[in-house]
Every structure is written in structure tokens, then in C-alpha cells.
Design a protein around this ligand. Structure first.
Ligand code: GDD
Ligand code: MG
Length: 364
């Protein structure tokens, strides 16, 4: 069976970190989200994965090449953003008409049992099966009305608060029959959620499958941190120390923590809970790091304090600097010594911050 991963979105809600990397390549527990997805597809025996790409297409092609995890990887490279439905139509030749195929929104993390979803497709022979997940607030998602026989009779994309047909949301995971290609107009951008699913629902060719395994969307920075935190909590091992990590014996760990290879941590630093530290990161002495993700190669100098933040690749946090809750520091940013950033400050890649920032703002 083939799978198509929609990977062409801009990830604007994840700026400034998405200025320099596609959101599918954001590390989740120190491994790019797309690698998690590909591994799970390899496990269920998918033979070929097509990546529908546009924004930062080269980053995908360079990293994944022609095969990964034993699967063939191909690229459907759009000339302009075709949106979700248009991207599926654009990949029609690569996918072919032989058999049903799996489609995934690339920006979700899930441990769904795909075999149940595929079984549902066999039972119903529908044009589309959609995986559904129950949430409290469905306003950021597509929602459905489902009959007792799991038929989708209504699909509403991002309905205004109070108007969603249910709390069952579109998890961005579908099994589609090749007949779907006849339902999507070619040659122009098409939103499958706005244009195609509502029609399929009316025509009775659309079925849903509710699942309860882990599902997370990393569309916004807060979701990204939360996803890392929740997944770290689900790890059996509470303290991961990567190969050749150089950790002073006076470091105080507050588990759970995850430290990648070649990381250095200086004396009396306090690390965790929920500290996820990428490869080659350096923490000086007496650094405080909690509830944060630090991308590879960043430096947190002596006495720096980082709480509830994401620190981009190769960024330098100066001595005694204080990075507060909700801050997102872009790649290769420099925060000078003794600077304090208040809550929710975001800093664009390669900027140098030379004065403290007393209120939530974007430094561009
Ligand atoms: N190739 C390609 N081309 N991919 C695209 C394009 C495009 O023009 N536009 C978006 N994508 C990809 C994104 O990279 C993402 O992986 C996926 O399509 C969904 O797009 P988002 O922009 O992330 O949509 P959303 O999060 O607002 O809503 C979607 O996902 C929700 C679940 O997370 C919808 O499918 C909702 O119905 C759903 O509930
Ligand atoms: Mg999304």
C-alpha cells in the first residue's frame, strides 16, 4: 500500500522556528516529526511514501532522498501551493489507481492503530474513511456528524464556536479510494476540508473511524512544547542520556529529561523536569533549564535560566540571561549577558538581543 503525506504547508503559526525549517522537521523528543511518522508507516508495511511538498521542498529531498526505513520515497513537488485537496490531486500519477491509499496531514503526531482504520475501509468500501478524535474544543479543527453506522453525514471545517456538529474532529488521517481523484478538480488549489468532504458527506460516500490512541497536532508553538512534554511523560525510561554526553557530576537532574548525544552540562546546573536537549548543546555552570526544548548546537551560558521556552538551533543565551515562559528563540539568535526576556517574547532567526524585553513582543 502507498501513503501520501501532506508536507507543503508554511507553518506560519510556528514562527519564528518555522522560518528556517518546515514544521514536519521540528524535533519531537530529539527526532524530526516526519521520522516518527515514516517509522510508523514502515511498521504497518507501507511500501512507498509520497511527500507532497512545496514550501522548503529541498529540505525534505536532501534529508530523505529516495528511500528511508525500507520504503521508497517519492516527491510530488507543487509549483504553487495546491492546498490539501489540490495536493492529493497533483500526486494522482505517483499514487496511481490500483488500490486505496493512506493520506496524512504531516503536522500531526499519532500512535493510531492503522490496521483498524484499514479494516474499516475494507468493510465499507467507501470513497473516503476519516480517522476521528474526540477533543474538548473543536474550533480549530474539522468536525463531523456521524451516524451509528459510522457514516459521516456532515463535515464542517473550523466551525465558529458552538456551531460544530460534534466534538469528533478530523485527525488528518484518511484512507482514500482512487475514486477520490474524480471528486477533486485538477489544475487549481483545492481545500479537501472546505470543498470535497462536505460534498462526500452529502453523497453518503464518507465513513468515520474514531480512535483513542495518542494524537497531537503541533500547529502552534504551545502545542509543540506540550507534545514534547506529554510524550516525554509516556517514555518508560525517565532519564535519557545520549552517547558521549559530558555531564558534570554535580548536575542536578529533575526527571523526566532527555539529553541527546555529545551534550555538555557544567557543574551545579539544574536540568528538568521536562528538559529536552538536542545534540551538541552546551550548558555552562549553574544553568537552570526546565519545561523547555533546546534545539541542537545551542549554548546556554553560565547562570542562564530558561523556563517553558524553545531555544532554536545554534542560539546563544548569554551569561545570567533569563528566558521566561512562552519565549521562542529563533535559530542562531544571540541573547546578550544578563538580558531578561519576559513571557511570550519571540525572536526571529539570527537577531541579537542587547536590551531586556519587559513585555510580550516579537523581535523581527
Ligand atoms: N503539499 C501541500 N500543499 N501540503 C499542504 C498545503 C499545500 O498547499 N497546504 C497545507 N498542507 C499540509 C500542511 O503541511 C499540513 O501537514 C496539512 O496539509 C494540513 O494543513 P494545515 O494548514 O496544517 O491545516 P490545519 O491544521 O489548519 O487543519 C487541518 O488539520 C486538522 C488536524 O490537525 C484540517 O485537515 C482540519 O480539518 C484538521 O482537523
Ligand atoms: Mg495543521
Amino acid at each position: 500500500m502507498k501513503a501520501l503525506i501532506l508536507a507543503g504547508g508554511k507553518g506560519t503559526r510556528l514562527r519564528p522556528l518555522s522560518c528556517t525549517r518546515p514544521k514536519l522537521l521540528f524535533p519531537i523528543l530529539n527526532k524530526p516529526l516526519l521520522d516518527w511518522t515514516l517509522e510508523s508507516l514502515a511498521e504497518i508495511g507501507i511500501s512507498e511514501v509520497t511527500l507532497a511538498v512545496k514550501h522548503m521542498a529541498e529540505a525534505f529531498m536532501q534529508r530523505y532522498g529516495k528511500s528511508k526505513y525500507g520504503m521508497k520515497i517519492s516527491y510530488s513537488r507543487e509549483k504553487k501551493p495546491m492546498r490539501t485537496g489540490g495536493a492529493i490531486k497533483y500526486a494522482e500519477e505517483l499514487i496511481g489507481h490500483k488500490e486505496p491509499f493512506l493520506v496524512l496531514n504531516g503536522d500531526i503526531f499519532t500512535k493510531i492503530d492503522y490496521t483498524k482504520l484499514l479494516k474499516k475501509h475494507k468493510e465499507t468500501n467507501a470513497v473516503a474513511i476519516i480517522a476521528l478524535y474526540r477533543v474538548e474544543d473543536p474550533s480549530r479543527y474539522g468536525t463531523v456528524k456521524l451516524t451509528e453506522e459510522s457514516r459521516v453525514t456532515q463535515f464542517a471545517e473550523k466551525a465558529p464556536p458552538g456551531q460544530a456538529p460534534s466534538n469528533l474532529i478530523n485527525a488528518g488521517i484518511y484512507v482514500l479510494d482512487p475514486k477520490i481523484f474524480d471528486h477533486i478538480p485538477g489544475g487549481r488549489p483545492v481545500s479537501i476540508e472546505h470543498e470535497i468532504f462536505p460534498k462526500l458527506a452529502k453523497e453518503g460516500k464518507f465513513f468515520g473511524h474514531e480512535f483513542k490512541e495518542i494524537w497531537m497536532d503541533i500547529g502552534k508553538s504551545r502545542d509543540y512544547l506540550k507534545a514534547n512534554r506529554i510524550l516525554l511523560d509516556t517514555e518508560e525510561k525517565k532519564r535519557h542520556l545520549g552517547k558521549d554526553a559530558n555531564i558534570d557530576e554535580k548536575v542536578k537532574f529533575n526527571d523526566p529529561v532527555m539529553v541527546d548525544a555529545e551534550v555538555k552540562i557544567g557543574q551545579k546546573s539544574r536540568v528538568g523536569p521536562h528538559a529536552i536537549i538536542g545534540r551538541d548543546v552546551v550548558l555552562g555552570r549553574e544553568v537552570l533549564l526546565e519545561n523547555s526544548v533546546v534545539f541542537p548546537g545551542a549554548i546556554l551560558s553560565d547562570f542562564a535560566s530558561v523556563t517553558g521556552a524553545v531555544i532554536g538551533e545554534g542560539a546563544t543565551i548569554g551569561k545570567g540571561a533569563k528566558i521566561s515562559e512562552g519565549c521562542i528563540i529563533g535559530d542562531y539568535v544571540t541573547i546578550r549577558d544578563n538580558i531578561t526576556l519576559s513571557r511570550d517574547v519571540t525572536v526571529c532567526p539570527s537577531k541579537e538581543v542587547t536590551e531586556s524585553v519587559p513585555e510580550s513582543t516579537r523581535i523581527i
